[in-house]
Design a protein around this ligand. Structure first.
Ligand SMILES: Nc1ncnc2c1ncn2[C@@H]1O[C@H](COP(=O)(O)OP(=O)(O)OP(=O)(O)O)[C@@H](O)[C@H]1O
Length: 878
């Protein structure tokens, strides 16, 4: 029976909870729920679940899964060991280790009664004020022992104050930190031979972290709120993104009877205040990021500032000098001396001044454009490099979660749009703002009354134009979207031309394209019509403004309160101000968009920063078995569907394991887990008796060769494609690998031999040829483990034979995992396992339904027998 669910559980978490209960907990077990309310300051869009390790030692081991761990860690330094233990039969305890930078405290609710305050007090008095977590302290252990007692006392005094807590509900607080250890552990690169000795050192990691440790009785409903603060950086903005998290933990009493608790972490509801703070914090971080990109060019930026300000100053001066020139002309006219008696020397001074201004303006414009182009390119390159690097370092699950187009768009469109707006904002924005400020004060100084008259009408024109501008932007967005769709239809049809042809779908594609084209053209025509209205109205308004100035200004000239030169200056300055203002408006809109683009780039860049794991054991050659120990696994993009459940498997070194089974049973998943493309939820995968979590991913993958049904080749020469397996291989070595892979014959028959370009993704080669190039590549890589994922299933029997021959050569002396389709490979394998998809409703809850050698399984006449017979029938047909 499940006791009453906590009121704090929302619908979503309850659904998950129900799933957990349905899927994992024995029906006859007593189930108690411990609801952990989560207010993690982490971005857990995808990270679901703590996970548990149940040992028979009457202990509960709670662990964070890797994604949460890295998030929690503020992407670094998280302790891998989350051990906890049971105090006695009635109590379940768990301990959570926080990294020392994590300023953390717990709110505990017992039967809906909050004791948060007490813990907050403890937190404040002992941790935050005396020894802030964000500072590394070298305080001795005795300090902590002393404080630990204080904490317990404080806590007890609170719980005894008329609260509903049972007496055994105690809280201990312990905190140990050592900067030295953390740094040493981070820097230490493990070498396989040194591993044993280093391992012990690394496991003294409890020293490195702040440790919160609560003892909680099983029974009733307990809500625990964990609040994490990253030192000074309370990243509240991410709280809203935090999704529901659950974990389940099993507890066994000494008498062997099981008790289970389900723990759910739940999204914290944000109030508006925290949302504002979040945004503020996000913007701050974004600006910081931008500064880190620009800071190398700080001198250049300052120089551009100086040039732009000078250009703005000259722009303001030009109408003034023009006014002077007009005044000279007027003076001469006043004197009414004939043309030949005019002293042109009077014109020289203002004319020369104007000429100098124009020339300087030209030079400054040239310098400005050149420097800003340089700055823009520097920034864009840096951003692109940062983003591209972050893509290459992302977890494979990142590519499951995000659309390919989205990933590429951020690298191209987003960065380019940011670059161009940044350039404009820096030059035009600065120039326009300066001009507006100087011109406005100048306008007021010439004629305050005229300026007031103009200013009362200008905002009306300005705002109505802006409103129309918003409508125009909407139209333009729609036209762009339709254009994108049209382009997509064209590119899809062209890139899939073979499919289009073979289905004789040309007329359909043409119709589709034409209909989309018509819509785009209609939208663009409408846009053009409205742009026309906009431009026409703008021109008419500007004209009216000029007229107003001439009318009112002319009156003032006649009245003698203004001279003609000043009127001229006034007119030009007003036009400049008006242009600058509308420019600033447009730039403002563009800047918001550009900032969004930058935000998207930043999101991906920071995403990958969380992937720096503590796995640092380098392995040069795998010499021992691979072992799956009680592995539970779900794909991060589909957390509700468990793929492997308590999965155990040993693959001895140098042996061949064949995996067969129905589609979707998880055969390929096993290969991907060995490659460490995904992190497992719980259990362990050992390679050479070392947990895969501790092994440096690159060094692991260097030891693995993966050949699948559709090998991907790069758009370059055959030589370079084979060399991808070992960039240092000589031409002779490449040729030898090709020979062993049965590829040399067909490669040498090509006119350009090894210099033949294979086309995009190897389109210029047949399936069998691509497969053999991939095998040659694997031969050069010389891996200890070979994973063949349905490697020959897409080939006809002739190609299959040639490829298989090459594969047989490659398999010799290696540990091989064959995800099998071919009878001969399965038959000769040292061990065969038959898998079925995990089904939570199935009583057995297993993935492997049979295992053994070909002979033993045939004798058994079970699933493998059926599978083998089916395959033999198919083979005969072929
Ligand atoms: N990247 C992924 N994200 C989410 N789910 C996935 C992903 N890859 C595979 N799956 C799911 O995991 C399950 C096992 O897939 P897997 O590819 O391991 O099966 P398989 O036994 O190799 O199947 P097949 O014989 O058809 O290739 C399937 O239900 C599949 O839909």
């Amino acid at each position: 029976m499940i006791p009453k669910t906590s009121m704090s559980l929302n619908k979503c978490s309850f659904k998950i909870l129900k799933n957990v209960i349905n899927s994992s907990i024995p029906k006859n077990a007593n189930i108690y729920q411990v609801i952990i309310k989560n207010e993690l300051s982490i971005n857990t869009k995808y990270s679901i679940n703590f996970f548990e390790n149940l040992n028979n030692d009457n202990k509960i081991h709670l662990k964070f899964n890797e994604s949460i761990k890295s998030e929690l860690l503020n992407k670094k330094n998280f302790n891998r060991k989350y051990n906890s233990y049971t105090k006695n039969n009635l109590q379940t305890s768990f301990k959570i280790d926080f990294p020392k930078k994590l300023n953390s405290y717990c709110k505990i609710l017992y039967n809906q009664t909050t004791i948060t305050k007490s813990l907050n007090q403890i937190q404040k008095s002992n941790f935050t004020s005396k020894t802030p977590f964000n500072k590394t302290s070298n305080i001795s252990n005795s300090y902590y022992s002393k404080n630990k007692i204080n904490d317990v006392n404080q806590f007890n005094s609170y719980t005894n104050n008329g609260n509903t807590y049972p007496n055994n509900f105690k809280t201990f607080y312990k905190r140990v930190s050592s900067k030295k250890n953390t740094q040493n552990n981070q820097k230490r690169k493990f070498n396989k031979s040194k591993y044993q000795s280093s391992k012990n050192k690394s496991h003294t990691s409890s020293k490195k972290f702040v440790t919160d440790y609560f003892v909680i009785p099983i029974g009733g409903t307990i809500t625990i709120k964990l609040l994490y603060h990253y030192g000074q950086k309370l990243r509240e903005e991410n709280i809203s993104k935090c999704s529901t998290i659950y974990c389940e933990a099993h507890h066994r009493n000494k008498d062997g009877r099981g008790k289970n608790i389900v723990i759910a972490l739940e999204e914290k509801k944000n109030n508006e205040n925290t949302e504002d703070k979040q945004k503020e914090q996000e913007n701050k971080e974004l600006l910081k990021f931008l500064f880190s990109i620009i800071k190398k060019d700080l001198l250049l930026v300052l120089f551009i500032f100086a040039v732009t300000l000078s250009a703005a100053g000259i722009n303001v001066l030009t109408p003034i000098i023009t006014g002077d020139l007009i005044n000279v002309v007027q003076d001469v006219l006043k004197r009414q001396e004939g043309f030949y008696s005019i002293d042109f020397a009077e014109f020289t001074a203002p004319t020369l001044k104007l000429l100098t201004l124009y020339l300087t303006q030209g030079i400054l414009t040239f310098v400005d454009i050149t420097l800003v182009a340089k700055l823009g390119e520097n920034i864009a390159s840096r951003l692109k490099l940062k983003l591209f690097n972050s893509y290459l370092l992302q977890e494979i699950s990142f590519f499951d979660k995000n659309k390919y187009n989205d990933i590429i768009t951020r690298l191209t469109n987003d960065i380019n749009s940011f670059k161009s707006t940044f350039k404009q904002a820096l030059t035009q924005g600065l120039k326009c703002t300066t001009q507006v400020v100087i011109s406005a004060s100048y306008l007021i100084s010439i004629s305050p009354s005229l300026t007031l008259t103009i200013c009362s009408t200008m905002p009306i024109i300005y705002f109505s134009m802006n409103l129309y501008g918003i409508y125009l932007r909407k139209l333009s967005k729609k036209a762009h979207m339709l254009e994108d769709i049209t382009n997509f239809i064209a590119s899809e049809a062209i890139s899939n031309i073979r499919t289009v042809r073979s289905f004789a779908a040309e007329p359909t594609e043409m119709k589709l394209y034409q209909s989309s084209l018509n819509k785009t053209s209609d939208a663009n025509t409408k846009l053009g019509f409205h742009i026309g209205i906009f431009q026409g109205t703008t021109n008419a308004s500007i004209g009216s403004l000029v007229l107003m100035i001439l009318y009112f200004g002319g009156k003032q000239v006649v009245q003698g309160s203004m001279n003609p030169g000043q009127l001229m200056t006034y007119m030009v300055a007003m036009q400049n101000t008006q242009k600058s203002l509308s420019h600033i408006g447009v730039l403002f809109g563009q800047s918001i968009k550009a900032f969004d683009s930058l935000r998207r780039v930043y999101e991906y860049v920071t995403d990958s920063e969380g992937n720096s794991s503590n796995a640092n054991i380098i392995i040069n050659e795998i010499q021992d078995k691979i072992e799956f120990k009680n592995v539970n696994f779900t794909y991060p993009t589909r957390p509700e569907a468990k793929i492997l459940n308590n999965f155990s498997l040993k693959i001895p070194v140098g042996k061949v394991l064949a995996i067969c089974g129905t589609s979707g049973s998880g055969k390929s998943t096993i290969g991907q887990l060995i490659e460490k493309f995904y992190e497992i939820d719980s259990g362990n995968i050992l390679v050479d008796d070392i947990s895969i979590k501790d092994i440096d991913s690159r060094s692991l993958r260097k030891n693995i060769g993966y050949i699948n049904q559709e090998p991907i080749l790069f758009h370059t020469t055959i030589l370079e494609n084979i060399r991808y397996g070992n960039p240092n291989a000589t031409l002779e070595e490449v040729k030898e690998a090709a020979r062993q892979a049965n590829a040399s014959h067909f490669v040498e028959s090509f006119p350009k031999g090894y210099d033949t370009i294979v086309g995009d993704r190897g389109v210029a080669l047949s399936g069998g040829q691509k497969q053999r190039i991939a095998i040659a590549r694997a031969i050069l890589k010389n891996p200890s483990i070979l994973i063949l994922d349905e490697a020959t299933s897409a080939l006809d029997s002739h190609s299959e034979r040639i490829v298989q021959e090459a594969l047989n050569r490659l398999m010799k002396g290696r540990t091989v995992i064959v995800i099998a389709h071919r009878l001969s490979t399965i038959k000769n394998a040292d061990n065969i396992i038959v898998m079925k998809p995990y089904d939570p409703l199935d009583g057995e809850k297993i993935n492997i339904i049979e295992s053994g050698t070909h002979r033993s399984l045939m004798r058994k006449k079970g699933e493998y027998y059926k599978f083998y017979k089916d395959l033999s029938r198919k083979d005969k047909k072929d």
